[in-house]
Ligand binder design. Structure first.
Ligand SMILES: [Zn+2]
Length: 376
């Protein structure tokens, strides 16, 4: 995360960079702002700027060794800690979820807690930052830094620590190993123990302006201006919420359009066009969550083809064109192939959840559907 990639708040960015240039880096800071305000991206940009070997007055260089590592969130001196959900009776630490953490940050740095839970495929249990996690932090920070510069802990949502973990963290903040930087990123100071609060310098992160949120959505997701303005307004400048709304509103249209296109290609056995389609649906900007939702949608459409109606569940509003296609398509799904088709989709869904390569998976699935549609 570079400062320039963060929505709005130029005043705050300038202030933060200025303090680093003047070497006024306070060793414990609390980036406090609501969900979707950009508090986490700011902390990431801050950490990068501290470590950047070639920073200018206006941003990190983006290309030095430390910047390159921060691009992937793989800097050995930057440690992350965040709430994780328990699985069964096991206690999970941030380290167990680090690859999911990197992925969600790189895909959408404005994610909220629910997005995180979804990405982590956790149980429905409330996540937390366990006391064992505080031990692990203490251990990591006690080690010498790899680069001889700062060791940085970025903790997301410290308010999700219970008292024993908070007290352990407090101890480390009170007696930090040399050149250690604590960047706590919080949405609610009320739930952080006062002894930690009193030792941190608070960086207030106000949400970006509505026009800035809209501009971001246009740039990153190629929305048209009216749509982007609406989302920025509806979400009350919470970028996490705006993206969430966008995906829900967009997903129904996305699913139906792609289902129809895919089935046409499979029916025609048009391999080159199928490869193009697979490239497109698995390309930049598309997530595992979208693929899962799409596969579920396909399963539903196959089943609907058997019973002959498509709009049960009221989530799909069909245009005349779409309805015409589905009517013509329905006879190709029948008792000869429905079981195998359903199984193939189920299996694909299972593998997507377990991080299978979506490109290979959708191509493989297309070939299976080629064969099954022929049976009809
Ligand atoms: Zn750099």
């Amino acid at each position: 995360m570079l400062f320039k990639d963060i929505i709005g708040r130029q005043d705050l960015k300038d202030h933060l960079m200025h303090t680093i240039q003047k070497k006024r880096i306070s060793h414990a800071q609390l980036f406090l702002g609501n969900e979707g305000s950009g508090n986490l991206p700011l902390a990431l940009a801050y950490a990068r700027y501290v470590l950047c070997e070639n920073k200018s007055e206006t941003d990190s260089c983006g290309s030095c060794r430390n910047c390159t590592r921060m691009d992937k969130l793989e800097h050995p001196d930057v440690h992350f800690s965040f709430p994780v959900q328990a699985k069964g009776s096991e206690i999970y630490l941030s380290d167990h979820m680090i690859s999911q953490w990197r992925a969600i940050n790189l895909e959408n740095p404005y994610f909220g807690l629910n997005d995180w839970y979804e990405a982590g495929e956790g149980s429905n249990k409330q996540g937390n930052i366990a006391v064992k996690e505080a031990d692990s932090i203490s251990h990591k920070l006690a080690l010498k830094s790899f680069e001889g510069d700062y060791k940085i802990l970025i903790m997301w949502l410290p308010e999700m620590m219970k008292a024993p973990a908070s007290n352990k963290l407090l101890k480390i903040i009170e007696e930090p190993p040399p050149k250690t930087l604590f960047l706590l990123v919080s949405e609610s100071a009320d739930n952080i123990i006062s002894t930690i609060l009193s030792r941190t310098q608070i960086v207030k992160v106000l949400p970006p302006k509505e026009s800035e949120v809209s501009e971001y959505l246009i740039q990153k997701y190629q929305l048209d201006k009216t749509e982007a303005d609406n989302l920025a307004h509806l979400s009350e400048r919470n970028v996490a919420e705006a993206i969430h709304l966008m995906r829900n509103l967009g997903s129904s249209k996305f699913n139906i359009d792609n289902f129809i296109l895919w089935m046409r290609l499979c029916y025609k056995r048009d391999v080159p066009a199928t490869i193009d389609w697979v490239d497109q649906i698995t390309g930049r900007g598309h997530t595992r969550e979208e693929h899962k939702s799409f596969l579920k949608f396909c399963l539903q459409m196959f089943r609907n083809s058997i019973v002959g109606h498509y709009t049960n569940g009221d989530t799909v509003v069909l245009t005349g064109e779409q309805e015409k296609f589905l009517k013509k398509f329905a006879p190709f799904i029948n008792h000869n192939n429905i079981v195998l088709l359903s199984q193939s989709i189920d299996e694909a869904h299972y593998h997507i959840e377990r991080n299978a390569n979506p490109k290979i998976l959708f191509m493989d699935l297309s070939l299976k559907i080629f064969l099954q549609l022929k049976k009809a």
